[in-house]
Design a protein around this ligand. Structure first.
Ligand SMILES: Nc1ncnc2c1ncn2[C@@H]1O[C@H](COP(=O)(O)OP(=O)(O)O)[C@@H](O)[C@H]1O
Ligand SMILES: [Mg+2]
Length: 243
């Protein structure tokens, strides 16, 4: 072994995929807030919007997209050209309003995108779409950990368990489930019993706080922001290599 060779070793980002069975469960806002919480904690973070059909991370964060993730996945632009940095230092790769390259974007190329980002960041967070299409399965398979977001209702939980099985099928590493939009009426015992998967965090329903994203920056003293921070800590702890 060459002494000191590890000084030149390229470190790889931890890749976390945020998935879920149902549209509107809160995948995108969870991805945004986990990314923002890790960024606030001092990590370099890239947030990738892999919900290619209905990409909306840029929209939620109010970002102008000149080069979209679709253009990158179509082989028409490099990953770094498409990165937009938010004023809180989060690097985002997203689609914009344009539908250009939407049909040419190849989900299999997400692997190339993650490989390009990996040496540059501590953490890469991947937001995904709904369903079990190829563009969802690729980020399940390539992540160091997958967290599934579910609402507390029965159908969402049943679908989340099915999605968890699919994560295993594509050799993904399921970390557990985030139960979102929890209220005083939520029967948590029933949720725990039904879910049969590790519960990563309970996120309170807070329509007020979730008006301006990221909640961890814009409404940092709310219970919802605190729950996102806890979730970010849990996900980081479960996927860091020094565990
Ligand atoms: N904990 C919460 N409290 C209140 N509203 C929420 C919460 N989480 C998500 N929402 C709202 O629900 C909607 C859907 O969230 P989104 O993250 O876009 O879902 P998905 O990406 O799973 O389709 C958004 O309007 C978002 O602001
Ligand atoms: Mg979404």
């Amino acid at each position: 072994m060459i002494v000191g060779a590890d000084r030149f070793a390229v470190t790889e980002a931890t890749v976390l995929t945020i998935g879920g069975a149902k549209g509107g469960a809160g995948k995108t806002v969870t991805a945004i807030n986990v990314a923002s919480a890790l960024r606030s904690a001092g990590f370099s973070v890239a947030l990738v919007d892999a919900d290619l059909g209905t990409t909306n991370v840029a929209d939620v964060l109010g970002l102008e997209i000149e080069t979209s993730i679709h253009e990158v996945l179509a082989g028409e632009a490099d990953t770094e050209e498409a990165i937009v940095t938010t004023d809180t230092g989060l690097d985002v790769l997203s689609g914009g309003d344009s539908i250009a390259y939407l049909t040419e974007a190849d989900p299999a190329e997400l692997r190339t995108v993650i490989d390009a980002l990996s040496p540059e960041y501590d953490t890469v967070i991947v937001d995904t779409g709904t369903g079990l299409s190829h563009e969802v399965l690729v980020p399940f398979g390539l992540a160091d950990g997958v967290a599934l977001v579910s609402t507390p209702d029965d159908t969402s939980i049943v679908d989340t368990r099915k999605t968890a099985e699919v994560v295993e099928k594509v050799d993904g590493t399921l970390l557990g489930v985030v139960v979102n939009r929890v209220t005083d009426e939520t029967d948590l015992d029933r949720v725990r019993e039904q879910i049969e998967l590790p519960l990563l965090e309970l996120l309170p329903n807070d329509p007020g706080a979730s008006k301006i994203e990221p909640v961890v920056m814009e409404a940092s003293d709310t219970d919802l922001a605190e729950a996102y921070r806890q979730l970010a800590t849990t996900l980081h702890r479960q996927t860091s290599s020094d565990e």
